[in-house]
Design a protein. Structure first.
Length: 186
């Protein structure tokens, strides 16, 4: 009897793997802020006070040099006219012998007795007062804010996994017959 023998060899596969790797490194973001405050400077210049006492002094008879010179000239002219008038009047009194007056003693007596002083009630002028106000001066320096941002980073280190397949043994089927004079194998 012929016997058919079948031998089968399965395929053998060698699998080598390497795991994937994902390494993540992060640095946090950094934000720095620098600020400078706003400033306001207020400066108040002093005002100017001007007081002109000229009208008040003129009320007392105290005058500036120009007015004083004009008044002295007028007073001198008036005194000269009065002196001429007085001398003429005294001459007329001495010439009038017919009146029987003792002219020379009377003229001497009139000259030596001064006239009674006069009291004058007068309004005193107010001094002229001017005040110049200077407005305040403002100096404004704006504040500022400086923001520096350094973004965070994410560093990824990725190594992909690998799979290596290698056929170690290929599949095969072997057939042969036995108990016969002829062995056939394929």
């Amino acid at each position: 009897m012929i016997r058919l023998n079948i031998s089968q060899q399965d395929a053998k596969i060698e699998i080598t793997t390497e795991r994937s790797y994902l390494g993540i490194k992060t640095t946090p973001p950094v934000m720095t802020m620098e600020s400078q405050a706003a400033t306001l400077e207020i400066r108040q210049p002093r005002g100017e006070l001007e007081i002109d006492y000229t009208p008040l002094r003129a009320s007392y008879g105290i005058k500036d040099p120009a007015e004083f010179s004009r008044d002295c000239a007028e007073y001198g002219r008036q005194a000269g006219l009065e002196a001429v008038g007085r001398i003429a009047q005294e001459g007329d009194r001495m010439a009038a012998i017919e009146s029987g007056e003792a002219a020379i003693p009377n003229i001497a007596a009139d000259t030596n007795s001064p006239p009674a002083p006069e009291i004058t009630w007068a309004h005193l002028e107010k001094p002229i007062v001017n005040y110049i106000v200077h407005p305040p001066e403002f100096t404004f320096v704006a504040g500022h804010l400086t923001i520096n941002v350094q973004p965070g980073t994410v560093d990824c280190d990725y190594h992909p996994g690998t799979i290596n397949l290698r056929v170690v043994q290929y599949p095969s089927i072997r057939m042969w017959t036995t108990d016969t004079a002829i062995d056939l194998s394929t």
